[in-house]
Design a binder for this molecule. Structure first.
Ligand SMILES: O=P(O)(O)OC[C@H]1O[C@H](O[C@H]2O[C@H](CO)[C@@H](O)[C@H](O)[C@H]2O)[C@H](O)[C@@H](O)[C@@H]1O
Ligand SMILES: O=c1ccn([C@@H]2O[C@H](COP(=O)(O)OP(=O)(O)O)[C@@H](O)[C@H]2O)c(=O)[nH]1
Length: 482
């Protein structure tokens, strides 16, 4: 644990998933980097800030000796595991967080509420609150992350109060916050929003999500919201703001300098000589619009027979939430569509689609980003989408084009530097891909410079430092306006 501000306050970060997921291989515990943007953004913060990171290690460990081993292996990364029984973790993570809450947050309809996973969600939030309240000292800053832990600020505040500890609690949501009416699909919405409102400071990725939250608090809870960036509820003042999450661009530019990455780039360039490369990197999730992407690419190939064998889409679909049926079904569907596209458009010279259902190592990822002429991101809804940032960080030389769905949070900031489109419109997507591949060099450079400026100015370190500074200020001067 370390000091982060002049006043040497302790910082505690809490997320459902730790940056390292633990697995048991041949009896021994091994940890590997967890995937996804939350880990990317918080890992980028480690350069400038020290903190303890509490979360679920991704595995059930029952034996006390084994728990000690896991604890020790994570200690080196300042990560503290919160152990959960596998059935409880399953109901919390898969059952409520990812089958019920995630779709609501991303405007997906047809969600069916179920009491059992909801109770598990509550229980896990309680267990997190117990563990963190016990560790925190008075004056600690506690920064809670994401939709798996919406009840935590309230549960934590109660426990800290009982123990006579005074800590500032911050909460950041990494997903969209949908417009009010959509919340009505969820009968427990009031508990979740009240849970978040026990924070001192709440951060969203975009102004739209922030405003949706404020409007929902006003209509659902009758909270006072007249003063900008403030919500007054049950005699407490909560600050609400937008904080732009980003990446650590240097990590990407440094990777591209490595000799083995340079070699990989050379060999990929040789392999795709005379062929335009489009890259896509997404967790295999409905919100990433992968079905739409493959269908849009199919339409593009239909529209442009002259580009046969002259263009390839390399799509990385990172396995995600594989215990959830909807995710399994999506995987089956994508395999079928990918097969059909290649069946229709392949020639003896090659296939236009390379669909990879697996994670890729970091250096391979940066090499792929670097050789691609276009990055195609088709989210139907997406909190931010850090892949958009990563592609830009790897395109210093080529000035590649970002073809970006208007529904990614990133589009709120990147529209001027990208080619925007509506992911449900195949024709629009096909045109956007074509325009991206054929943008004249001057325009490409101008767009790229705009994006590079944005990515370099909004790093994960800046995001974290700004949030922590504001939270620390709330702690010192709680009555002051936000
Ligand atoms: O932990 P998983 O279930 O494997 O999922 C990975 C993460 O997915 C979500 O990421 C979001 O956060 C990103 C960073 O702010 C943002 O760019 C992206 O648009 C979001 O989808 C989820 O919110 C995280 O909690 C997960 O860890
Ligand atoms: O095999 C891979 C490929 C990519 N990523 C990373 O996953 C993150 C995805 O973040 P994003 O914000 O785009 O979406 P999320 O998956 O969090 O919804 C990015 O940092 C990627 O570099 C990963 O962990 N494993």
């Amino acid at each position: 644990m370390g000091a982060i501000t002049d006043e040497k306050r302790n910082l505690i970060i809490v997320s459902n998933r730790l940056p390292l997921s633990v697995k048991q291989v041949d009896g021994a515990y091994q940890s590997s980097l967890s995937s996804g943007g939350l880990v990317t953004s918080l890992s980028g913060l480690t350069k400038s800030t020290k903190f303890q990171w509490f979360g679920w290690p991704g595995i059930e460990v029952k034996d006390p000796k084994d728990r000690e081993d896991v604890q020790k292996s994570l200690e080196a990364h300042n990560a503290i595991p919160i152990f959960l029984d596998s059935s409880l973790a399953h109901e919390h993570y898969n059952g409520f967080s990812n089958r019920i809450l995630w779709p609501v947050l991303h405007y997906q309809s047809g969600v069916v509420f179920d009491e059992t996973p909801w109770q598990a969600y509550r229980r896990v939030n309680e267990l997190f609150a117990d563990a963190i309240a016990e560790t925190a000292d008075s004056g600690s800053l506690i920064w809670v992350h994401d939709y798996h832990l919406m009840l935590l600020p309230e549960l934590l505040r109660d426990r800290l109060k009982q123990q006579g500890k005074s800590c500032a609690i911050g909460f950041s949501l990494h997903t969209p916050f949908p417009a009010g009416d959509f919340w009505r699909n969820l009968p427990v919405r009031k508990h979740l929003i009240e849970g978040m409102l026990s924070s001192d400071l709440i951060g969203f990725h975009t102004d739209e999500y922030k405003q949706n939250f404020i409007d929902t608090c006003a209509s659902l809870l009758n909270a006072r919201t007249e003063i900008p960036n403030q919500i007054q509820y049950k005699n407490r003042l909560v600050c609400i703001n937008k904080f732009i999450v980003g990446i650590d661009p240097e990590k990407f530019t440094d990777s591209l300098q490595k000799p083995d990455v340079q070699e990989r780039i050379r060999s990929l360039k040789e392999r795709y000589k005379g062929v335009k490369v489009i890259v896509g990197v997404d967790r295999l999730d409905h919100i990433k619009g992968l079905t739409q992407k493959l269908k849009g690419f199919d339409a593009f190939l239909d529209d442009h027979p002259e580009l046969q064998n002259k263009v390839v889409l390399i799509q990385v679909a990172v396995p995600s939430r594989e215990d959830v049926k909807e995710y399994q079904d999506l995987e089956t569907e994508l395999c079928t569509i990918a097969g059909k596209i290649n069946g229709k458009h392949a020639t003896p010279e090659g296939t236009p689609l390379l669909y990879m259902h697996r994670s890729v190592p970091f250096n391979e990822l940066t090499a792929l980003y670097s050789v691609a002429d276009v990055c195609l991101l088709t989210s139907t809804r997406d909190g931010m989408n850090l892949v958009a940032f990563e592609y830009v960080a790897c395109q210093e030389e080529r000035h590649g084009v970002l073809v970006l769905s208007e529904f990614a949070g990133a589009a709120s900031f990147m529209t001027n530097g990208s080619i925007p489109f509506h992911p449900a419109n195949k024709t629009e997507m096909s045109e956007a891909i074509f325009n991206g591949l054929n943008l004249d060099p001057g325009e490409r450079k101008a767009k790229y410079e705009y994006l590079r400026g944005f990515v370099n100015a909004n790093t994960s370190a800046k995001w974290g430092e700004t949030f922590i500074e504001k939270l620390s200020l709330r702690c010192r001067r709680p009555g002051e306006s936000c």
